[in-house]
Design a protein around this ligand. Structure first.
Ligand code: UD1
Ligand code: UDP
Length: 364
């Protein structure tokens, strides 16, 4: 089977890395890697290929940024001839970004098989672009690889035939487990003058928060309160950087002695930063899962999560975007940190192997 694997945005790279490695054990699979170019800064893309030893993409569609419709449409236009020319039999997509739905849709219309890794997750919040991407991608996928039990429940309830669904575990955790020891060699704590367990990490990039100064300003005020007690480091996503600058909020943050804005960092530095943090404040999807395995308390700045196992088995707590709830959550955690229960089922570093095995045996 000639299989095109799609990646495009930062959270895709951690998911694609273990898959590209696992295919080496399956001679029946001939993998190709296509990068859509949705993310393109060195620190949002290339750095991860180097650190995670992802093979150089066979092709980069170089779509860059744009509105949802523009970005999705350009990916589709550029991917269609590639799919035809390579004569691929199938396309594998991961996650929930625009590159995911765009390439799945092209493949499906050309009668190619579509495989979705991280299928079945639902926030039940259609105002999130990712939720639209998830629902649509799952609807046109031939095989749906599920990372946690809620994914099984959601797909079953939506009427997905059982023989298409495979509960395989979490490829993001494959990457975490593979790199955990290596990340300890990172010098990031020393470089930032931080000591283990004595600081917090922030990341935010969801449009629902960062595109609205009236939501961000009070949150930054809450960060200001927290940093008086616990130093905070905030690697800033490029969307967020642009919005903070537009709203003049970067200057306000600049006055806070213990809140450091830094550029996005590579996977190994970031893993070390998270692993040694007293807590993480984030709206990221993947980081809710990573902190669950690292046992680091995570306050998620959202009203919902498509990853409920991180609430029931992990260290995650939803605090929304209300500063009062965030501060109450912070005080609770400082008094009594959340402890993770047994790790979620099949989050054992072997998910990509299971997927490659199933693909090797798959016949339409
Ligand atoms: C995208 C995904 C989101 C994911 C996030 C992870 C969609 C709809 N959104 O959001 O699900 O959680 O990636 O990081 O697919 N930019 C740069 N350099 C880059 C990339 C982006 O400067 O390398 C800036 C551009 O101004 C761009 C903005 O960031 O307009 C947003 O990028 P985009 O890929 O559209 O969405 P993200 O917010 O990154
Ligand atoms: N990450 C990173 N450097 C950073 C911020 C995040 O390597 O500066 C990693 C993080 O550990 C996780 C992934 O990027 O593996 C999450 O990506 P992101 O938050 O962009 O997307 P989401 O998970 O929200 O879709």
């Amino acid at each position: 089977m000639r299989l095109i694997n799609i990646c495009g945005a930062r959270p895709n790279f951690m998911k694609i890395a273990p898959l590209m490695r696992a295919y080496r054990e399956e001679p029946g699979i001939e993998p190709l890697l296509v990068h859509t170019g949705q993310h393109y800064d060195h620190k949002m893309s290339r750095l991860f290929f180097e650190e995670l030893e992802i093979p150089r993409p066979d092709l980069n569609l170089e779509v860059g940024s744009g509105s949802h419709a523009q970005q999705t449409a350009v990916i589709m236009q550029r991917f269609e001839p590639v799919l035809l020319e390579t004569g691929a039999d199938a396309v594998l997509v991961v996650g929930d970004v625009n590159s995911t739905i765009a390439c799945a849709l092209v493949a499906s219309k050309l009668g190619k098989a579509v495989f979705h890794v991280e299928a079945g997750l639902r926030s039940f919040d259609r105002s999130m672009p990712e939720e639209i991407n998830r629902v649509l991608t799952d609807a046109i996928s031939d095989l749906l690889f599920v990372s946690e039990p809620s994914g099984l429940d959601n797909l079953t309830r939506e009427g997905t035939p059982a023989d298409r669904i495979h509960f395989v575990g979490n490829v993001m955790i494959d990457t975490l487990e593979r790199n955990r020891a290596r990340a300890e060699d990172s010098h990031i704590l020393a470089d930032l003058g931080l000591a283990s367990g004595t600081y917090g990490v922030i990341t935010m990039h969801r449009p629902a928060a960062v595109d609205h100064p009236e939501i961000m300003a009070p949150l930054i005020q809450a960060f200001a309160d927290i940093q008086r007690d616990l130093p905070l480091v905030f690697p800033v996503h490029p969307r967020t950087r642009a919005r903070l600058t537009e709203a003049g909020l970067d200057r306000q943050i600049g006055e806070l002695k213990n809140l450091r804005l830094i550029e996005p960092v590579g996977y190994l530095d970031f893993l070390k930063l998270m692993a040694h943090a007293a807590l993480v404040l984030t709206d990221s999807g993947g980081m809710q899962e990573e902190t669950t395995i690292l046992g680091v308390p995570c306050l998620t700045l959202r009203e919902n999560t498509e990853r409920p196992v991180t609430l029931t088995r992990g260290t995650n707590e939803l605090v929304g975007m209300d500063p009062a709830r965030l501060l109450a959550g912070y005080r609770r955690i400082r008094q009594q940190p959340l402890r993770a229960a047994d790790r979620p089922e099949k989050w054992d570093g072997q998910a990509a192997r299971r997927i490659a095995r199933i693909l090797a045996e798959w016949r339409r």
